[in-house]
Design a protein around this ligand. Structure first.
Ligand code: ADP
Ligand code: 5GP
Length: 189
């Protein structure tokens, strides 16, 4: 589909972007989630090909060599994440718009490559403390991993102004409603 758009949701880890994107997929027709590739270990409850395409570090490096990624990043040591070109074309060919849940750098990279065709939304947490609490409550990260994610967050928060829209995720109900509105306005639905 030539009119296929990109909806990008970015934020520091723990800000709530996955929760918001999953909600939008349920309530807005015509959106399809871009499944990223990554080389981190699979978490309990995650499904290969649904949450991510889980690759080994070597497999990921091979795909970088083959230029199969629109964008990729080593978000944390040996934890590569990236968007496969084939994924975006797969979704557009099905007549859908692509929605992304990517980190801040990946989000700005995608926005830069698809000017005019992309909406880039930054999800702002109320504070760094709330990020820490949310990551702890999610119970998916070790203390070391939480510390690493918070360490990156301060720098990431400074990029908010480079996005098209900033949505504050204070109460989830507010953030869901606001996100739904900005996406529908962009898609004119
Ligand atoms: P991200 O994808 O940005 O890393 P998640 O969507 O996984 O963030 O959210 C991190 C945790 O915070 C999850 O456990 C989620 O249920 C919770 N959460 C999301 N939004 C809020 C909110 N507004 N208030 C409290 N907890 C929230
Ligand atoms: P997690 O390990 O919590 O699933 O994700 C870690 C970080 O990697 C998150 O900030 C997430 O948004 C980011 N991420 C997920 N997919 C991609 C991607 O395709 N590209 C980039 N650059 N980052 C991604």
């Amino acid at each position: 589909m030539n009119s296929g758009k990109l909806i990008i949701f970015s934020a520091p880890s723990g800000a709530g972007k996955t929760t918001i994107v999953q909600h939008l997929l349920r309530v807005i027709p015509g959106l399809e989630f871009s499944v990223s590739a990554c080389s981190r270990p699979i978490r309990k409850g995650e499904v290969n090909g649904v949450d991510y395409y889980f690759l080994s570090v070597d497999e990921f490096r091979q795909k970088i060599q083959n230029d199969e990624f629109i964008e990729w990043e080593e978000v944390y040591k040996d934890n590569f994440y990236g968007t496969l070109r084939s994924e975006v074309f797969r979704i557009w060919n099905r007549g859908h718009h692509v929605i992304f849940d990517v980190d801040v750098e990946g989000g700005l990279n995608l926005k830069g490559q698809y000017t005019g065709r992309a909406l880039a939304v930054f999800i702002m947490p109320p504070s760094i403390e709330s990020l820490e609490n949310r990551l702890r409550q999610r119970e998916t990260e070790t203390s070391e991993s939480i510390a690493r994610r918070l360490g990156k967050a301060e720098k990431e928060l400074k990029t908010a102004g480079q996005f098209d829209v900033v949505v504050l995720n204070d109460t989830l109900a507010h953030a869901l409603a606001e996100s739904e509105k900005v996406v529908k306005d962009f898609l004119k639905i």
